[in-house]
Design a protein around this ligand. Structure first.
Ligand code: ADP
Ligand code: MG
Length: 293
């Protein structure tokens, strides 16, 4: 009897998801899968959640990062990393390692894992039809001068057609944050920025950043200071006040940009929690921080 009750409870949980599944069916959601979340992916449920979403008719698109893995590979290759304003100075040798790690290693393993879970995915990079067109990003210094930091791109335009074509044939696009820039060369793009631009270009219903904190914390040292909602107008002041810093800055800016461009909502959630994405999509329990108009 008790066992039967357990199954009934499980069925009830499934049925509770029904209105959410009906709402999201046919809609595009962009997921930024962070480098930091992948690192401690002992029981990584992220890709299983994404395959689940695709199976019930939602159209997920993955944009991934890879900072920590790139740092490791550069160290192994004996290439020293310099940063200006938090951005990696990317010379030709560095770009080669970046491309190899992001595309050859991380992107390929995501595609493989999705296949293992019974889904279908395709990796996309600048080697494919030009999806992300970039110009050279110059770092702005405090004195107003601009510094060339190599193959670092600022997104100029996204060609959504090749991504949409994959989505429509039931394939999950997996995008490495590499754009095509001057000279038809590969340029490194911040993965959060890339995710925001892709979500905007696809008119996504939702953009989700999976990261290694609960969301935006009012006091980064206090895990109980989660801000569950941030309004577009209030976001820059969090950066100006120093509350949002480092790797959280491009997420907040990309979130604001995408919401202003018509994406329904942006969420910053904890990728370390099992099934955090399913919780976000299919229950009333809002997890993490939402950025809204
Ligand atoms: P990801 O791989 O997900 O991009 P990052 O390290 O680049 O991870 O960005 C997430 C980090 O941003 C957090 O681990 C935290 O150290 C930092 N951070 C800065 N300001 C905040 C804030 N106000 N709330 C939460 N995290 C913050
Ligand atoms: Mg980051």
């Amino acid at each position: 009897m008790e066992a039967l009750q357990q199954y009934i409870d499980k069925a009830a949980v499934l049925v509770q998801a029904l209105p959410y599944i009906q709402f999201f069916r046919g809609k595009v959601v962009v997921v930024k899968y962070g480098g930091s979340t992948m690192a401690d992916a002992a029981d990584d449920t992220v890709l299983a959640d994404i395959v689940f979403m695709e199976s019930v008719g939602i159209k997920p698109v993955i944009v991934h990062g890879g900072g920590p893995a790139i740092d490791r590979r550069l160290e192994e290759a004996g290439i020293e990393t310099k940063r200006v304003n938090g951005l990696r100075v990317t010379d030709e040798a560095t770009m080669k390692v970046v491309e190899q790690t992001l595309f050859g290693e991380i992107n390929a393993s995501i595609v493989e894992e999705i296949a293992r879970l019974g889904g279908r995915a395709r990796g996309l990079s600048p080697k494919d039809p030009g999806i992300m067109h970039v110009r050279k990003h110059l770092a702005k210094m405090a004195d107003g001068s601009e510094v060339d930091i190599g193959y670092v791109g600022a997104v100029e335009r996204i060609d959504a057609a090749p991504i949409t074509a994959l989505i429509n044939e039931g394939t999950i696009p997996v995008l490495a944050p590499i754009g095509r820039g001057p000279g038809d060369l590969a340029y490194n793009v911040n993965a959060d920025t890339a995710a925001g631009e892709v979500a905007a270009a696809l008119h996504a219903e939702k953009l989700v950043f999976l990261t290694d904190v609960q969301g935006i914390l009012e006091d980064p040292a206090d895990v109980d200071s989660l801000l569950s909602t941030v309004h577009v107008e209030g976001a820059e002041s969090l950066i100006a006040a120093g509350i949002v810093s480092g790797g959280m800055i491009p997420k907040v800016r990309a979130g604001v940009h995408s919401v202003k461009a018509g994406v329904g909502k942006t969420h910053i959630i904890d990728g370390r929690i099992s099934h955090s994405m399913l919780l976000e999509f299919f229950t009333d329990e809002g997890v993490g921080t939402q950025i809204v108009q």
